[in-house]
Design a protein around this ligand. Sequence first.
Ligand code: NAP
Length: 488
Amino acid sequence: MTSRVIPVDPFDLVIFGGTGDLARRKILPGLFRRFCAGQMPPSARIVGAARTELDHAGYREMASEAIKEFGGTTAANSDKLNAFLDTVYYVAIDALGDDGWEELQELCKEKNRVEAYYFSVTPALFGDLAERLHYWGMAGPDSRIVVEKPFGRNLATAKNLNATLAAHFDEHQIYRIDHYLGKETVQNLMAVRFGNMLFEPLWNAQYVDHIQITVAETVGVGGRGEYYDKAGAMRDMVQNHLMQLLCLIAMEPPARFDPDAVRDEKLKVIRALDPVLPHHLMRGQYEADHSDEKAHPSYREAVEDPRSKTESFIALKTHISNWRWAGTPFYLRTGKRMSARSSEITVVFKETPHSIFGEDAGRHRNVLSIRLQPNEGITLGVTIKEPGPGGMRLIDVPLDMTFAEALGADSEHVDAYERLIMDVIRGNQTLFMRGDEVEAAWAWTDPIIHGWEERGEVPKPYESGTDGTTDSHELMRRDGRKWREVSP
Ligand code: NAP
């Protein structure tokens, strides 16, 4: 099935940090794919901006290599690469000085097109960039800024950053990106919930036993050790990605699918979250792995701090205190060096109240699993009769909707970043976090972090290639439940 592509309006997109990892791995290849799909008009311009001295040709060469290396090109589209590169420019600029700003101003002076500025630089520079854009007259009322994560490291720093940005841009101009929200399945989650009659009547504490959200990675901290050790899984993953998923799964139906209606409902979920009790929270650090010929250092070795207290794994239980969810536990876990790379939300429904088939048939539960990566798709486990003459025996089988299979390969190639960048150009903020949402998320997260710091807790070691600490399994076991297996 081929999706209909509607071209966006002509735009100038300035990528601050245009020579960095994110620009090379995601932003440039994504834009190239949108160009090939006919969504990015040929008159659009992409301007890389960073301190490295390069001319337009030099940056085009870098962009070309990045697009080829990171999967932008295929046999079907490589002939379009040169036309795409014609839309690419570069300005050597310093976010902390005056170098390059006049040139950028000159390059972007053409109006009557969308002006967007992507802050793909270290968060320490977000405020400086906003201030300089304003100073150099590029913070017009229709311009947009895209702000990468992390957005603050606690409530106070997030508030400061919001205030700095708000001094120069209105909230409707600020796009705080969380690429999880750009995933096809995340939007499909809303379509499944609010576009069908089937689920919503059951979507509450009366019918749902519990909800699990797992974001598991197989990689360790790699070269990001210095950054990661100051953040940890709570700040790096839970405060943003997992909480956004929690909001979408738990929110009330918004009146309309428009940015503020959706974000108002998400905000209500965050504000209704209970504090996490100390015994409902488990943290871990992965151990070294010598199971293959490659050396996989332990977390503490990777961050070069033998006494680090930062968690590379976290599991927790929380509740949402509102009418819909009172009493339903939400279990969240995320970690590095786990058994498989997998992001999944699982809604486990309650058992049927009475089994007409007798106790031998067993008690069954429907399980709805929403898989974000890999193999995006939604599976509903239903109970049926085991085929054959063996009597009335029940088994669970999946009703599977893997999007790539159901909708054709086309749906697979829209990466979260390219979808979100097109939303920026269209001026649609639905899939971006509002300032008050981010602050509410930190307001919930901060006391949890302060709690373990005050108690002097040290994360427990866990074996690489497993699904986290043993006490995280105990968290489930003592509630008579278990984590869904992390599978690739
Ligand atoms: P990176 O590889 O370190 O790139 C940083 C970029 O900023 C480079 O282009 C650098 O180029 C430029 N830069 C540094 N100082 C500058 C200054 N004073 N003025 C202008 N440009 C400056 O970082 P990254 O991994 O791309 O990450 C960028 C942002 O995205 C960060 O906020 C990060 O947290 C976020 N993020 C990244 C990823 C990812 O997968 N990489 C994922 C999620 C979020 P010069 O040295 O040439 O100036």
